[in-house]
Design a protein around this ligand. Structure first.
Ligand code: ADP
Ligand code: ZN
Length: 211
């Protein structure tokens, strides 16, 4: 099974992708997480992506397409994978087709812009393992350290309110057109993001026909 999760920044697609990934025993590939790792490790790719990411702009197609190309040929992807945060532009979607990847389902998690802005202020990420949390919707035991590795939680630079606004503009201009792109192929399902994470999960699993 090959699945794409679409949705505005902070819609909760990463969290849902992780849950589905565990259920189906296939990996989640998050371009955002891979880029953040590269920034932390100060690799050449990380350094060239850093400026764009911190401004809330998209990283170049060349970089993200390269990331996906390298990742999907790895062993753990042979039974399928979930893409979280890729594609984000029509040209990335076309590149994916050129790689010969046939997508089974695209799950579009819908949350209004107003709710997105409210949610982003509570988002936290583990400084060590990269796990993501939310102070209200997905808290850790103490809201200070990671449940998985005990490292300190931090706020992503690109989650600052003004950067979130730019990311939403970018989303509507460049990523939202993918909804029509996949709808035309008959593989788009839209899930309304719920207040409670578990409720969104129920709708997501139903949309994917997973028990
Ligand atoms: P979110 O879904 O909350 O926006 P991500 O972790 O998916 O967070 O992405 C964070 C940032 O990483 C994006 O704002 C963008 O700068 C960069 N990025 C991630 N995936 C892509 C992509 N497919 N194309 C271009 N930039 C990307
Ligand atoms: Zn951690």
């Amino acid at each position: 099974m090959k699945i794409i999760f679409l949705g505005a920044p902070g819609a909760g697609k990463g969290t849902q992708a992780e849950i589905v990934s565990e259920k189906l025993s296939i990996p989640t590939i998050s371009t955002g997480a891979i880029i953040r790792e590269a920034i932390k490790a100060k690799t050449e790719m990380g350094l060239s992506a850093q400026v764009a990411i911190e401004k809330g702009e998209l990283v170049s197609d060349e970089i993200v397409i390269g990331i996906i190309k390298d990742r999907i040929v790895q062993d753990d992807c042979k039974n399928g994978f979930i893409l979280d945060g890729f594609p984000r532009t029509i040209s990335q979607a076309e590149a994916l087709e050129k790689m010969g990847v046939t997508i089974d389902k695209v799950v579009n998690i819908y949350v209004s812009d107003e709710d997105i802005v409210k949610r982003m202020s509570g988002r936290r990420v583990c400084s060590s393992c990269g796990a993501s949390y939310h102070t209200v919707f997905k808290p850790t035991k103490d809201n200070k350290t990671c449940d998985k590795c005990n490292a300190e939680l931090t706020i992503r630079k690109d989650d600052a309110p003004d950067v979130v606004k730019s990311r939403l503009v970018v989303y509507h201009e460049q990523t939202a057109p993918l909804e029509a792109f996949y709808d035309k192929k008959g593989i788009l399902v839209t899930v309304e993001g719920q207040e409670e994470l578990e409720d969104t999960t129920k709708l997501t699993l139903k949309a994917l026909d997973i028990k």
